[in-house]
Design a binder for this molecule. Structure first.
Ligand code: CA
Length: 203
């Protein structure tokens, strides 16, 4: 069974959060929620979501600051959902690296369509950078589109974080990758004064 895609909602209005959560879980997404910017940033690095839905008017920080920080280390899909309708707000969010901007109020169908579009786009980028939709080596197969891993045809069940570690190693197959690069890819910004290295000699 493919791993469910995880969507993080950073939104302080509980009613909107509940509405989006219900719409997404009905479509078999895994949903996690944060009601402040700080907890949102924490969940981004601890839970490694596949996509972020971000409100801009948060109680402890402006959502634009979250876009700025995430884009320092990750291309992960990020959709703004905001009541701000001014063109300059949209332009600023998009220029900072948001993938889309949805104005409240919005319907569930529109939100789901935009999420699918953002995920298709990010999967296409991941596939392009990997020169194919699958990685195969000595009986191990990774289907990046379906997020499935098999060994000699048998499915291997991994946690979200384990999956991301394996994908990172596969994409760096045969190359040396640093401990920091692995940490940063999986958990976000990471500081380590050491010089540890992980070698991926054909896995
Ligand atoms: Ca708000």
């Amino acid at each position: 069974m493919p791993a469910k895609l995880t969507i993080l909602i950073i939104e302080d209005e509980r009613s909107i959060c509940d509405f989006i959560t219900a719409s997404l879980t009905a479509q078999d997404y895994r949903v996690i929620t944060a009601h402040t910017g700080a907890s949102g940033l924490s969940l981004i690095t601890s839970q490694c979501p596949d996509i972020i839905l971000l409100d801009l008017g948060l109680p402890d920080m402006d959502g634009l600051e979250i876009i700025r920080r995430v884009r320092q280390w990750s291309p992960l899909p990020l959709l703004v959902i905001s009541a701000r309708t001014q063109e300059k707000d949209k332009v600023t969010a998009l220029d900072l690296g948001a993938d889309d901007y949805i104005v409240k109020p919005f319907g569930a169908s529109e939100l789901l369509a935009r999420i699918r579009t953002a995920l298709r786009h990010s999967q296409r980028l991941a596939t392009d950078s990997n020169d194919g939709q699958t990685f195969c080596l000595e009986g191990l197969t990774i289907d990046f589109t379906r997020r499935q891993i098999t060994k000699n045809g048998e499915p291997i069940h991994l946690t979200q974080i384990e999956y991301k570690i394996v994908v990172h190693l596969a994409r760096n197959n045969g190359r040396v990758t640093t401990y920091d690069a692995l940490m940063s890819h999986v958990w976000g910004p990471y500081v380590d004064a050491g010089n540890n290295r992980i070698f991926c000699p054909g896995f």
